[in-house]
Design a protein around this ligand. Sequence first.
Ligand SMILES: Nc1ncnc2c1ncn2[C@@H]1O[C@H](COP(=O)(O)OP(=O)(O)OP(=O)(O)O)[C@@H](O)[C@H]1O
Ligand SMILES: Cc1cn([C@H]2C[C@H](O)[C@@H](COP(=O)(O)O)O2)c(=O)[nH]c1=O
Length: 211
Amino acid sequence: MTRGLFISFEGIDGAGKSSHVQALAEAFRAQGRAVTLTREPGGTPLAEKLRALALNEPMDALTEALVMFAARRDHLLQVIEPALARGDVVLCDRFTDATFAYQGGGRGFDWSVLSQLERWVQATHHAALREPDLTLLFELDPAIAAQRLAGARVPDKFESQPVEFFTRVAAGYGRRAAADPARFGRIDGDQPRDAVWQDVLRCVRERGWLS
Ligand SMILES: Nc1ncnc2c1ncn2[C@@H]1O[C@H](COP(=O)(O)OP(=O)(O)OP(=O)(O)O)[C@@H](O)[C@H]1O
Ligand SMILES: Cc1cn([C@H]2C[C@H](O)[C@@H](COP(=O)(O)O)O2)c(=O)[nH]c1=O
């Protein structure tokens, strides 16, 4: 049976990851793979309710981290693990690196507490610590990301944060990538869309997952 693959997409708000999630799903399907396309926070009815709270209601950093991990636990058990067990390619728009980047980097919440929560939440019957096989990290200067988002949509609680917040979020992502460089494909988001897409394809092809 084909082994499941777990790929997450990360970056500060406005870094330009979203359209590439759909395109990568189509590339895998064109080669005969079943794809589960999902997102965090969210991906199940319960986790989508938690998403609405997390993105709209004011709360302290620990509460925010707990809501993200509660949503993740439900999503992992209901969607991600069953899909990987079937042999699907799971493409997830954000996963745990976002909690380290936003709650750890952006909000300044304790990194070691997040690591403990990660170990509890991501231990399942199938894996001692479920993590993506590949994380595509879209990197873009926060000032450019803010310009791209300006006027594009009504900002949520995170998108309304100042550029300095996203500078700390980007540093949080950098810290996660430095700790586990083999898992990360770092993509320069400050390029035309097609060049970004070619970099996405290169990261997946060099692992032998797409021809
Ligand atoms: N390579 C690019 N060059 C210029 N603009 C881009 C590029 N990629 C995306 N954009 C534009 O930037 C904005 C943000 O893109 P997108 O929604 O894909 O970002 P995102 O990383 O998914 O953000 P979020 O996580 O907040 O949803 C959109 O208006 C999109 O059209
Ligand atoms: C998983 C996760 C997400 N966030 C933040 C990051 C974004 O601002 C929103 C999600 O919005 P998107 O448009 O779907 O990217 O939530 C977070 O703060 N912590 C997390 O763990």
